[in-house]
Design a protein around this ligand. Structure first.
Ligand code: PGA
Length: 251
């Protein structure tokens, strides 16, 4: 049985003050989350605050990106070991905003997955097609290419140490959500592709959906057989909304 994971992706939002309010809200409400594992991925500079406030609670935390390199002359970069130093469990790799605005290639994302895994962090690997790619009918080609880059570099067994997130780019921050059927189709495709290499890894792999997931649409998405949680952007910035999604997994 795969335990659902609901992870917040705060992106470049918040302040020390607003994060304190948000985390106070999450801590007081997390007791109502019965099934899902809950995590928040914070801007790196706030991770010490997040650690101080979440240590000893049921909520895990993580980074939003990391370097492919372990240490050295890489100005501005954050190493996996640094995220671990502040208690991170997870790190997002290959978010579409990184792929688009920072020209992260499939190979670079695979390198980040490898760096996270080598350090003992759990990488959350994001894959997803643009609207143009969906309209061209190449959604499966795109997500397969993004997934295969990791399998090629690290081997399929590496996926047992990670989480996959299907995030259609056209649904991110747009208010457009993939229908549960559209999402389930891609999730099933991804799981079948992994199963082509290793059925056990595929069976254990958590595949999250991300893209305008909200309390109002979470339950029907999470009810799908291959949707094992969510990666939540906008709705993770308000405790009530984020907890509403987390409790939707209670069933
Ligand atoms: P959204 O973002 O929930 O604001 O659409 C999801 C994500 O980018 O992870």
């Amino acid at each position: 049985m795969r335990q659902p994971l609901v992870a917040g992706n705060w992106k470049m939002n918040g302040s020390r003050a607003s994060i304190k309010v948000l985390l106070d809200g999450l801590k007081s409400g997390v007791g109502s989350v019965k099934v899902a594992e809950v995590a928040v991925c914070a801007p790196a500079i706030y991770l010490p605050d997040v650690q101080a406030q979440l240590q000893g609670t049921a909520i895990a935390w993580g980074g939003q990106d990391l370097s492919t390199e372990a240490s050295g002359a890489f100005t501005g970069e954050i190493a996996a070991s640094m995220l671990l130093d502040f208690g991170c469990k997870y790190v997002i790799v290959g978010h579409s905003e990184r792929r688009e605005y920072h020209q992260e290639s499939d190979l670079m994302v695979a390198g980040k997955f490898a760096a996270a895994r080598a350090a003992g962090l759990i990488p959350i690997l994001c894959v997803g097609e643009t609207l143009e790619e969906r309209e061209q009918g190449i959604t499966e080609d795109v997500v397969a290419r993004q997934l295969d880059a990791v399998i090629k570099l690290e081997g399929v067994a590496a996926l047992a140490d990670g989480v996959l997130a299907y995030e259609p780019v056209w649904a991110i921050g747009t208010g457009l959500t993939a229908t549960p059927e559209q999402a389930q189709d891609v999730h099933a495709f991804l799981r079948t592709r992994v199963a082509g290499h290793d059925a056990d890894v595929a069976d254990g792999l958590r595949i999250l959906y991300g893209g305008s997931m909200k309390p109002g649409n979470a339950a029907e998405l999470l009810a799908k057989a291959d949707i094992d949680g969510g990666l939540i952007g906008g709705a993770s910035l308000k405790a009530e909304d984020f907890l509403g999604i987390c409790t939707a997994a209670n069933g």
